[in-house]
Write a protein that binds this ligand. Structure first.
Ligand SMILES: [Zn+2]
Length: 212
């Protein structure tokens, strides 16, 4: 299963993925992606405004440093598009630990909805990824990260969009998403996750354990 999984992934991400990158702490996380376990699809029902934005296609344009991905990972006519989804998982990987993880679909839908809304408002720009999946080890080494961070289970991303204030971004996340939104004053990003619905503002950069 592991060999099939990694072999199938290689073309989708330009041949840079090697098998060791697939072996997350809990095993071959991307094998789980290929099989689409029930747990990965049992998301809370989508917000109707988000559903309207994403009714025909779900596309994400993500940038991380010099890397960029623009993928439509679902369409109404074709359903889930696995290779495109995996490209998104790749750019949201733990770059420090060199690990790829099966990112939560509700999270991706929230991000895609934010981007679709912004595009309708005239902002056609990539979402800048500051952090996506984190191994427990990377999470421990991340300033201010909670031990039970949603990043560790592939359900969170820290993002920004050029030309869009983080206040507006946080507002869009809380309106369109059904998970958590964290606004960190002075940090240059907004935390978006697919955990329980909640919003928080962290005003102190050195706070001991903020929830994101
Ligand atoms: Zn975060």
């Amino acid at each position: 299963m592991h060999a099939d999984c990694s072999d199938g992934l290689r073309p989708a991400i330009g041949g840079r993925l090697v098998r060791r990158r697939l072996l997350a702490a809990t095993g071959c996380a991307l094998c789980g992606v290929a099989l689409w376990p029930a747990a990965a699809t049992a998301a809370t029902e989508m917000d109707p405004r988000l559903a309207q934005l994403l009714k025909e296609r779900r596309t994400l344009w993500l940038r991380r440093g010099t890397e960029e991905v623009r993928s439509t990972y679902w369409t109404a006519t074709r359903g889930r598009l696995q290779d495109e989804y995996l490209q998104i998982c790749w750019i949201l990987r733990d770059v420090q630990a060199d690990r790829v993880f099966a990112m939560n679909r509700a999270l991706l839908d929230t991000l895609a909805g934010i981007q679709a809304w912004l595009k309708q408002a005239g902002v056609d720009a990539p979402i800048e990824v500051h952090s996506g999946y984190r191994t427990s080890r990377t999470n421990l080494a991340t300033e201010g990260a909670a031990l039970n961070s949603r990043h560790v289970v592939g359900q969170a991303a820290d993002i920004s969009v050029a030309g869009v204030s983080n206040v507006k971004l946080a507002g869009l996340s809380s309106v369109l998403g059904r998970g958590g939104t964290g606004f960190y004053v002075g940090r240059g990003f907004v935390h978006v996750d697919a955990g329980h619905e909640r919003v928080w503002i962290d005003q102190q950069r050195k706070a001991p354990k903020p929830p994101g």
